[in-house]
Design a binder for this molecule. Structure first.
Ligand SMILES: Cc1ncc(COP(=O)(O)O)c(C=O)c1O
Length: 376
């Protein structure tokens, strides 16, 4: 696609772009021809392959990451009046799901380097009402799970952005045994358009989630037989077909993102005040999802986003601090200054165009325009 900027034709670089190939077409067509569009054989196959790929024991495919987080919180027993400690620097879904169960999201500030929730801040936020921890592996960088596990509370990991991330011991994010939740929205490392999956090592939780995502009907129960409250959080076989095709190419797709991240790191190095995503440390490996930078404090973030847009470079503020969103302010009386690290990072963060097939030329152009907008 091209766009006209000051009379010159320039390439419009998309913010995100999935790679879809003939494998997806074949698999989706096969589902259409089979006539079994949902609760068919691909559901179990996708769940098994997904869990296997991570080294997790069980997988439960669901209609979105949000649905998976909701079910996982219910499964660890979160209910009315409980508190769940989580990050204010995340996509809003990770806090909203706590409210679905009439519990309260309690925010803890983040680490300025990894941007993940700071385990010390989490420890300080624990009260007798704390029912669970909901750490987020932000931008695909593994959260410090050992420190969080040491607090001895049930954990639901928000791994929606972290497919492909691993710890120093080689264990994948999602394979530590807690409930971990992945998302397959169109911008994710693996996409089924909309979708998600929960991994767990607990057979009873697998059984409960299988049932609750299907209106409370266990897989061995008859049609219209429901023995508990449930939801329609199913993932269709059409979506599973997309997921299976992409699982086969996942290594390539992840390597593509890592390559683009490396190009950005080179192209954007040395700009004073510009913070790049933290490099992998202590043996942890990021599963690349987005390339988010924090702008120098000398610049207004919204002005930079506008100036980039004028140069046909889409970018977006990512993430705004959840506690300062109007709904959270009104419901819980949050105000500026409560989580200063998160607020500083959130005010300066923008996501740049990022997808596995991005060319070196495209990265150079984004980096060049950003340098020019920043006057560096
Ligand atoms: C950190 C985080 N949590 C939760 C979600 C929710 O996933 P979904 O959009 O599939 O419901 C997302 C997806 O964007 C996310 O990035």
């Amino acid at each position: 696609m091209t766009g006209l900027v000051t009379g010159t034709s320039v390439e419009q670089i998309p913010l995100a772009r999935p790679i879809l190939g003939p494998e997806e077409e074949e698999r989706v067509l096969a589902v259409l021809r089979s006539g079994q569009l949902s609760l068919g054989p691909l559901l179990g196959e996708f769940e098994r392959r997904f869990a296997e790929r991570l080294g997790a024991v069980h997988g439960v495919a669901v209609s979105s990451g949000t649905a998976g987080l909701h079910l996982a919180l219910r499964a660890v027993g979160v209910s009315d009046g409980d508190e769940v400690i989580t990050s204010p620097f995340s996509f809003v879904a990770s806090a909203n799901v706590v409210l679905y169960e009439r519990a309260r999201p309690v925010f803890a500030d983040i680490d300025p380097v990894t941007l993940n929730v700071d385990p010390e801040a989490v420890a300080a936020a624990v009260t007798p009402r704390t029912a669970a921890l909901l750490p987020v592996h932000v931008f695909g960088y593994p959260a410090d799970m050992e420190a969080l596990e040491a607090l001895g509370l049930p954990i639901v990991e928000d791994a929606c952005e972290a497919l492909g991330a691993t710890y120093a011991d080689g264990v994948a994010v999602g394979a530590r045994g807690h409930q971990a939740v992945f998302a397959f929205y169109a911008n994710k490392q693996l996409t089924t358009g909309e979708g998600g999956a929960v991994t767990t090592s607990d057979a009873a939780i697998k059984e409960r989630l299988d049932s609750e995502r299907n209106q409370g009907r266990a897989p061995d129960m008859g049609w219209l037989d429901h023995d508990r409250l449930g939801f329609n959080y199913r993932l269709s076989d059409i979506a599973c077909a997309l997921g299976l095709a992409q699982l086969e190419r996942l290594d390539d797709m992840l390597a593509g993102r890592a390559r683009v991240a490396g190009l950005y790191r080179e192209a954007l190095g040395g700009i004073e005040g510009l913070d790049l995503p933290c490099p992998d440390a202590c043996g942890n490996r990021r599963g690349w999802f987005v390339f988010v930078v924090q702008l120098p404090r000398s610049h207004d973030r919204d002005d930079v986003v506008r100036a980039l847009a004028e140069r046909s470079i889409p970018s977006k503020p990512y993430f705004p601090a959840i506690h300062l969103m109007s709904f959270y302010r009104e419901q819980f009386g949050h105000r500026e200054g409560q989580f200063p690290v998160c607020e500083d990072v959130a005010a300066r963060s923008i996501a740049l165009p990022f997808f596995p097939t991005m060319t070196e030329g495209q990265v150079q152009r984004v980096a060049g325009e950003l340098r020019s907008v920043l006057g560096r």
